[in-house]
Design a binder for this molecule. Structure first.
Ligand SMILES: C[S@@+](CC[C@H](N)C(=O)[O-])C[C@H]1O[C@@H](n2cnc3c(N)ncnc32)[C@H](O)[C@@H]1O
Length: 252
C-alpha cells in the first residue's frame, strides 16, 4: 500500500517547519507538486530549501511536478468552476500517484501554511480514495498557518475574551459584516475598502512570518489606502503577494 503524507510547511519561513514535519520529510521518496501562477518559482524554491535543510543528506528523494489545470473562466458559477477544476486535479494527481510512486512507496504534498485552511489537497485526496483506483493511506502533519503567523507578528490574540473568530475570504467578506472579529484571506480585490473605516481596526500582514513581511495595524479608515498601495507595490516587486488581515469591530 502506498503512503501519502500531507505536510504543512508554514507560511513562508523555513523555521515554521515543525519537528513532526521534519520527521515526516525524512520518510518521503517522492514529493508531488501541482502549482501555478506567479508565486510558483518562490514557493517551489521554498519547498526545495526546506527539503535540503531538513532531510538527512544520505536520504534520496525526488520532486515530481505537474502542470496545474487552469480554471475555466467561461463557467460563470464560482462553485461549478472550482468543482470542474478540482475534478481535473483529481485526474492528474491520481495519475501521478500511480505512475510515479512505487506500490509500497511514501509520497508527500508540501502544503503552504496548514492543510486545513483554504487548501484543496485533502479534498482531492478524499476523492481519489473514493474512486478506489489507486489505494493509499494518508496522514496529515499540521503546519503554522498564515493566520497564526499574522497573529504572532502583531502580538495579538485573534479572539476577544470568550469571543468568536470568523475566518473567511475577500469574496465573502460582505456576508461577515455582523461578526465582531473576522480574519480575511484570499482577498485579491481589497474587499476591506467596502467597509466603514471608522467601525473597524485592522491588523494586516503580507508575507507574514517571512523575511519579506509587511505589517500595518490601526484604524481601517486611516490605513486602507496605504494598505492597498503597499500591497500593489509588493506585488509589482515580487510578482506575487499573499496577505491576510484581522478586522476587529471597534467598541461603540
Ligand atoms: C490558498 S490560501 C492557503 C492558506 C494556507 N493553507 C494557510 O494555512 O495559511 C492562500 C492565502 O493564504 C494567505 N497567506 C498565505 N501565506 C501568507 C503569508 N505569509 N502572509 C499573509 N497571508 C498569507 C493569503 O490570504 C493567501 O491569499
Amino acid at each position: 500500500m502506498r503512503t501519502i503524507l500531507v505536510i504543512g510547511i508554514g507560511a513562508g519561513n523555513p523555521e515554521h517547519v515543525t519537528m513532526q514535519a521534519v520527521h515526516a520529510l525524512n520518510e518521503v521518496e517522492v514529493f508531488f507538486t501541482l502549482d501555478k501562477g506567479s508565486a510558483k518559482g518562490d514557493l517551489n524554491a521554498l519547498r526545495r530549501e526546506i527539503c535540503s535543510r531538513y532531510i538527512a543528506p544520505e536520504r534520496s528523494y525526488r520532486f515530481v511536478e505537474a502542470r496545474d489545470p487552469v480554471r475555466d473562466e467561461k463557467v460563470t458559477s464560482y462553485d461549478a468552476r472550482v468543482e470542474a477544476w478540482h475534478g481535473e486535479r483529481v485526474e492528474i494527481l491520481e495519475r501521478m500517484l500511480r505512475e510515479e510512486l512505487p506500490e509500497h512507496g511514501t509520497g508527500a504534498f508540501l502544503v503552504w501554511g496548514d492543510p486545513s485552511l483554504y487548501d484543496s489537497t485533502l479534498r482531492i485526496l478524499d476523492r481519489i480514495v473514493a474512486r478506489g483506483q489507486v489505494p493509499f493511506v494518508h496522514r496529515v502533519i499540521p503546519g503554522i498557518s498564515s493566520v497564526q503567523a499574522l497573529a504572532a507578528s502583531h502580538r495579538i490574540p485573534l479572539n476577544r475574551i470568550g469571543g468568536a473568530v470568523h475566518i473567511t475570504t475577500g469574496r465573502k467578506l460582505a456576508e461577515a459584516r455582523a461578526q465582531e472579529d473576522v480574519v480575511v484571506m484570499l482577498d485579491g480585490e481589497c474587499a476591506f475598502k467596502q467597509l466603514p473605516g471608522d467601525a473597524y481596526d485592522t491588523y494586516w500582514g503580507a508575507y507574514a512570518g517571512s523575511e519579506h513581511e509587511l505589517l500595518r495595524a490601526g484604524r481601517l479608515g486611516e490605513l486602507r489606502e496605504e494598505i492597498e498601495r503597499v500591497r500593489t507595490a509588493a506585488r509589482a516587486q515580487r510578482g506575487w503577494v499573499m496577505d491576510t488581515y484581522l478586522l476587529r469591530k471597534r467598541e461603540p
